[in-house]
Design a protein around this ligand. Structure first.
Ligand code: PGA
Length: 259
């Protein structure tokens, strides 16, 4: 299974030429890692049409999408529209959407179903809730997992990429603090446990579970050294091509080392 590194650009950069430059810098280095590592870039929606043509080696993802396929939903973007821009992945359940935009588990659940129906792979974040503290993460992740995957069958569950992304580890949060590798590993094993319970061990271990929260060139080894951590969701560091590339390279090195 290839490692997966997802760049979450959030509401950046501010102009299309910068978005194109950033993708081009990643794209032209991909040949060196593509045998073992995939990269998904998730820009703001408005850059997707322009970036479609720059992304041979990297895949395009969206940062959100609607739970509905069409209709009177001001400001929303459907899965069908995303497909036209070459989008193959979508980040769902990100803590910023929960905290600032009021997204709930049931909305995330409906969006996952809609993405899967349209053959877009959901990248589902677990661990984001206001005030969540470290000691409670297992309970929180369990609760979110049960709610956002409610009514999904085995096949649907196995098509999702899961991310353990504790809200307190996101670089832009007040007093943020990246998770230790050990904590990330423990919670990722916990997510595998939840998956095993629903779909069996062999199937569960074929699913990718990533870590997110202040991953950058300085700390990536903390996470990449665990073979169970299949990659990372990278925010701030993904806006700096060199920093991001070092994250990709480190996971790639570990993948080769274990192959
Ligand atoms: P960060 O963001 O890497 O800046 O902490 C990660 C995310 O919010 O997805």
């Amino acid at each position: 299974m290839k490692k997966l590194i997802v760049a979450n650009w959030k509401m950046n950069p501010q102009a299309a030429p910068d978005a194109k430059r950033l993708v081009a810098l990643i794209e032209h280095r991909m040949h060196a890692v593509s045998a073992n590592t995939e990269v998904v870039v998730c820009p703001p929606f408005v850059y997707l049409p322009a970036l479609m043509h720059y992304t041979k080696g990297v895949e395009l993802g969206a940062q959100n999408m609607s739970w509905a396929d069409a209709g009177a939903l001001t400001g929303e973007i459907s899965a069908g529209m995303l497909k036209q821009w070459g989008v193959g992945y979508v980040i769902l359940g990100h803590s910023e959407r929960r905290l600032y935009l009021g997204e709930t588990d049931s909305v995330v659940n409906a969006k996952i179903t809609e993405a899967l129906k349209n053959k877009i792979i959901p990248i589902v974040c677990l661990g984001g809730e206001t005030g969540a503290i470290k000691a409670e993460m297992k309970n929180l992740v369990t609760k979110q997992f049960i709610k956002v995957t409610k009514d999904l069958d085995k096949k649907q569950l196995s098509k999702i990429v899961y991310v353990y992304e504790p809200v307190w580890a996101i670089s832009t949060m007040k007093k943020s603090e990246p998770a230790t590798g050990e904590h990330a590993f423990e919670l990722i094993e916990h997510i595998y446990g939840l998956l095993e319970h629903r779909i069996g061990k062999a199937e569960a271990r074929n699913i990718r579970v990533l870590y997110g929260g202040t991953v950058n060139k300085n700390n990536v080894h903390e996470y990449a050294k665990y073979p169970q951590i299949d990659g990372a969701l990278v925010g701030a560091a993904s806006l700096d091509a060199d920093n991001f590339w070092q994250v990709v390279s480190e996971f790639n090195r570990e993948a080769i080392h274990r192959a």
